[in-house]
Unconditional design. Sequence first.
Length: 176
Amino acid sequence: MTSSYGNKPTQALSDESQQTVQAFEALDTDAKLAWFYLAYKKMGDTITPAAPAAAEPELAPILLGDYYELSDDQQLAIMRQIVNQEDSDYSRAYGALKENNQLMIWYAWAQGMGNSVVGMPENYQATEAINNLLSQIEGLDFEAQMSMFRTIVSNMGYSDVQPIETQAQTGKTTSL
């Protein structure tokens, strides 16, 4: 079980944003990581946690503390585990967070890339799919960008918490 509950884009996303999420989901693991780095590099502070006051870094000490003490290879392995929704301590810690905190994790890691966080290879060349995805995101308005980013980050990490069934699914009402 994963935090994604099936990787279905939320109904709140526009058709264009849903297509962007689907394009991201079609990327392989390392392309997703490269896309995150390039998106943060290109868009900078506009994709920090949407409401910095809504993010709670103290809820993620393993991801924003211990993580920085690891080797580059270990950090990259953890990023891959999170993207691939693998069952690991770091992926569980990530999967337990709300979307604003998940955005904050990626933002903090992007800010540290090449210093306290494993960086991109010097000779890395983005694929056409990554460049197209970056262009699609730039074409979205801010609200659509944030909704799309929240959807993408929430589809990562591992959690064995199940969503609560709705009345439509159970056929039962909450009345006595």
